[in-house]
Design a binder for this molecule. Sequence first.
Ligand code: SF4
Length: 371
Amino acid sequence: MIKPHTQIKKVFIEKGSLQYPLAQKVLKNLGPVPVEIINDEEEVIEKYNLLKDPVGEGKKALLLKPLKGDFIKPCPCTPHYLGCNYYIINTDLNCPMDCTYCILQHYLDNPVMVSHVNTNDLWEQLDRFLYQHRSRFIRIGTGELGDSLALDDITERSKEFIAYFREKTRVNFELKTKTINTDNILCEKPADNIIIAWSLNTELMAKKEEKGAPAVKDRIEAAYEVQKKGFRVAFHFDPLILYRGWEQDYRDIIDRLFSRIDPSGIAWISIGSLRFPKPLKTLIRKRFPLSQIIYEEMVGGKDGKLRYFKPMRLKLYQDIVRDIRSCGGKGVPLYFCMESNEIWRKILNKEPGSKEEVEAFLSLLPRFKAT
Ligand code: SF4
């Protein structure tokens, strides 16, 4: 498997950023790649937005710059659906892989990958944030605006995050990935509150819709190694995609998952179905003319996003939850990402009512001890 960072063909550095140790580390780990010093990121954004495929071209470039604002934000979730009170850390934006359904194509106005190099500010902000929230449990992670491990070979952020959060026992910290870039993690000592998570799909959808991402069986093998090392793991069946034969294909993956992974060491499994804002449909059609995912019947949800009709979502969820439970995941906490109370009640027989209740349910104390 080719490491995702090897497709970086150009590095932009905002003036003054070379003083940051992370910028120097990235350049050293990347090896010989053309570097250009720029005054302002707008220069790069304008240049890439004029290209024929700004998103595709942006995945071959990396911008190193400090983040001037906040690293930590509440997960925006989606209006009118039930969230889980998750916080996101915006260290790296965008991703070298190229999933047809990726919302970042629409969401980020800068198509170039960005690594924020002012880690000194990150730790300060985290210290302050955790102090302000010291009376409650926090779930936080880096995998919302990019893949947590896609650039880890060059940034080595996972090591620093694990070292930082290891002692923060009232925090569950999650790294979420589709990659098998676990070399740095496998060198670290595990901690109960550090969770390494993988997004899973069927092998067919991974091959057709997740360009540049490893086969799902390889992701499961990476999770096996990480669990064997003693870390807790988690999985995200999201986005579930309807196509002819999905029932058996999802069943096969769930079967494989539980044949390799000890369910007692799974922190949670989230489930969500394909959804996207309407303008993304046009972009998917343009960038991925062979993709079929936009041709299934969809309806505008309360948040304005297109999603499958409710009876189809219910059928998808019923099957996935049944398969998870029957294949060995009976005691694993399951939750929905961006779904309604009604779906929770009908499928999981739970009605959390608020994001705080979802959070409380997912903040169960670890039950798994490394062997
Ligand atoms: S791996 Fe995640 S962040 Fe990267 S392209 Fe796919 S959906 Fe987007």
